[in-house]
Design a protein around this ligand. Structure first.
Ligand code: PA5
Length: 431
């Protein structure tokens, strides 16, 4: 269902790759790292056990079924990236252009560019739009500015905010919570220890997902499957730990960038979700003892086969400072043949009888092989298909590997002092 193939690490020059012995060298410490994670944060892998929350989401979603043509998410960073990924991975690629009588269209406004704010006006009907305002802190300036704008618009149209708005927010000092309580706006809670980038399997991702017709039960089932692996002290079982050990040991060999490269159009925004998770969790100035360490791995998002024609030249021949994580999807969903139009054209005889599926898989194989021959460390995560179950497992795999990475670097993966600082400075500059 989700396998990890890391044999290419052993095939390449030992200065750039990893032997099985090197990878296994950390196996004796799994229990120690698990204990540390459990002491630090259990919320990110337990949040989806909250059966009351799931019932509440479904009850709310069912109560508004058929009432809205559009769902507009207002949120930024971790409050938006998971939802974007869910929609792009699990819904029709051109969903917003395709009539869907059952589910509303989803728009995620994860920026404050005035063009984005203004141009959404041209495609939504306010009366038939549900705005989901998502902010853990409930006071992020970008999100609150968006809320002010759309609330002003709906007020001027005489709409009832308790019908057209939903808030997903934290309990502590949240401006949104204050407004929600006062104005009887439906609210879903983000638990205390869930920061944005670890929130896709909380109300942050699940509320919009349910509203656009995603099977959240299956998403959670997949996450639970991977959680069992994550909590296993058996090294062979623990896929998240293995991935983290490879990232960590390769960073020590100078591979300070991780390229995540799914060969799947559906997973195009998965790489963006992971980019935030890795960057914000592991990029830290201080370790847990207060020493200055300035650690971090720079995440790069790429897409196969598209980026073979933009980035792979660099990966093959540029600085050997990258670890490439391919994602291969065995069943790409649609099966599409490439027709043979010019049977006598020798230059393209290799395409005869070949499907787009086969072409995609073969291009991935070719790219993997080229990187290996050039001593570029790479692994392949093999996913059966892109559906709710497998995506849930993939989210959990990377959340858990990031948690392990934090412990390997002896830093706190769950805070983001750097992001907080820029929020404070922006506020000061505007005051
Ligand atoms: O991962 C994080 O914690 C951040 O990226 C936040 O999600 C982002 O800064 C938005 O914060 P908030 O949800 O409080 O509006």
């Amino acid at each position: 269902m989700l396998n990890i193939n890391f044999e290419n690490l052993e095939k390449i020059d030992e200065r750039h790759g990893l032997s099985n012995e090197e990878i296994a060298s950390k196996s004796a410490q799994i229990a120690h790292y698990l204990e540390k994670i459990q002491a630090r944060n259990r919320a990110f892998y337990n949040v989806f056990d909250d059966a009351d929350l799931i019932t509440e989401i479904k009850e709310y979603g069912d109560s508004v079924k058929g009432k809205f043509e559009s769902v507009v998410v207002l949120g930024i960073g971790g409050s938006a990236l998971g939802t974007i990924c869910l929609e792009r991975s699990l819904k029709h690629i051109f969903g917003n252009e395709k009539p869907d009588k059952t589910n509303p269209k989803l728009y995620v406004l994860d920026n404050i560019d005035p063009n984005l704010i203004r141009e959404i006006d041209d495609v939504i009907n306010y009366e038939k739009t549900l705005f989901i305002v998502i902010s853990k802190s409930g006071k992020t300036p970008e999100t609150i500015a968006q809320y002010f704008y759309f609330r002003d618009k709906t007020d001027k149209k005489g709409l009832d905010p308790s019908k057209n708005f939903v808030f997903v927010t934290g309990m502590e000092n949240s401006f949104l919570r204050k407004i929600g309580e006062k104005e009887n706006i439906k609210m879903f809670e983000i638990p205390k220890n869930i920061s944005g980038r670890f929130s896709v399997l909380s109300a942050v991702g699940l509320v919009p997902a349910y509203l656009i017709g995603i099977n959240i039960d299956q998403l959670i089932e997949g996450a639970k499957y991977m959680r069992d692996k994550f909590l296993s002290e058996n090294f062979e079982e623990n896929t998240p730990f293995k991935v983290a050990v490879m990232q960590y040991l390769l960073d020590k060999k100078g591979k300070c960038m991780n390229v995540i490269m799914p060969y799947s159009q559906k997973l195009i925004r998965f790489s963006d979700w992971y980019r935030q998770l890795l960057a914000e969790s592991i990029g830290k100035a201080q370790n847990e003892n207060g020493d200055t360490v300035n650690v971090g791995i720079t995440p790069v998002s790429a897409l196969g086969a598209t980026d073979q024609h933009s980035q792979s030249q660099l990966y093959n021949e540029g600085p050997n400072n990258k670890f490439i994580i391919f994602i291969k999807v065995n069943d790409l969903g649609q099966e599409v043949e490439i027709p043979t139009l010019y049977p006598n054209e020798e230059n393209f005889s290799f395409l005869q009888g070949v499907s787009f599926n086969k072409l995609m898989h073969t291009e991935q194989q070719g790219t993997t092989e080229a990187f290996t021959r050039n001593n570029r460390p790479n692994i392949t995560l093999e996913l059966e298909k892109v559906d709710e179950y497998h995506l849930g497992a993939l989210f959990m795999l990377f959340e858990a590997s990031t948690a392990f990475l934090g412990e390997l670097y002896e830093i706190n993966a769950f805070n983001q002092p750097g992001v907080e600082l820029s929020k404070v400075i922006t506020r000061e500059l505007l005051s």
